[in-house]
Design a protein around this ligand. Structure first.
Ligand SMILES: C[S@@+](CC[C@H](N)C(=O)[O-])C[C@H]1O[C@@H](n2cnc3c(N)ncnc32)[C@H](O)[C@@H]1O
Length: 220
């Protein structure tokens, strides 16, 4: 019995992916969420591109009245998220759903329903994927967020055509060398996309390691 339990735990642990950047930024991201959202915020919070699941299982413990829905495109990440849920025993995180953000939001999560979400969170995705992921993310936020609902978008950004410091310029070059459709986005382009999707940027927060959190709210 003990061996079986131990074996299960070991199998679980082996599926839990560890990304150093995710470990480093989860504290600062949580602080930003806590400043923007009252702790008694209720409803459904969707994370798009949850990666390992380390973020969502951490944040959910600090917002117990939100139900958190993780999502991912890659199978090994979906397995890692489930392992994180089991390991942390957090009770307000649903099993992850397969979600390609470039697909029609009406089908996300098997059909979440228009205006069904209080929060959407997306960390470090839109620069490590084609621009279509940003287009899909905002279209999804337009369809799925309730009036006044929040979209939190985290990553490095250029501001009005200027990308600083040098380390971000190098990172942008590196991304483009991996895939010419990738690259650090400019807040002007992101804000334009937001406006066409009935979202207003109401805050831009400077984060450690030259990242930013852009906070958008859905119009009434
Ligand atoms: C750098 S990882 C970030 C993961 C996680 N948010 C974190 O910060 O640890 C980027 C993620 O974007 C996901 N992704 C890329 N294209 C996607 C798409 N079209 N739809 C949904 N997720 C996508 C990848 O599967 C990957 O897990």
């Amino acid at each position: 019995m003990i061996a079986r339990l131990f074996g299960r735990t070991r199998a679980e642990l082996s599926k839990m992916l560890q990304f150093p950047a995710t470990e480093r930024n989860k504290g600062p991201i949580l602080e930003t969420l806590q400043k923007a959202l009252p702790p008694d915020t209720e409803g459904l919070a969707l994370e798009v591109a949850s990666g390992s699941g380390a973020h969502i299982t951490h944040f959910a413990q600090h917002f117990p009245r939100l139900t958190w829905l993780p999502s991912e495109l890659e199978d090994r990440n979906l397995q890692s998220i489930s392992a994180f849920i089991q390991h942390t025993k957090v009770s307000n995180v649903n099993e992850p759903v397969l979600l390609d953000v470039t697909k029609d939001a009406q089908g996300w999560g098997g059909g979440l329903g228009k205006g069904s979400l209080t929060v959407i969170l997306n960390v470090n995705m839109i620069h490590i994927s084609p621009w279509e992921t940003a287009v899909g993310l905002f279209a999804g936020a337009n369809y799925l967020l309730k009036p006044g609902g929040y979209l939190f978008l985290y990553g490095p950004f250029a501001v009005h055509g200027s990308l600083t410091p040098e380390s971000n310029v190098k990172f942008d070059q590196y991304l483009k060398s991996q895939d010419c459709r990738w690259g650090v986005r400019d807040i002007d382009d992101v804000e334009k996309l937001a406006r066409t999707n009935r979202l207003q940027m109401h805050q831009m927060v400077d984060m450690p390691a030259n990242n930013k959190m852009l906070i958008f709210q859905k119009e009434d």
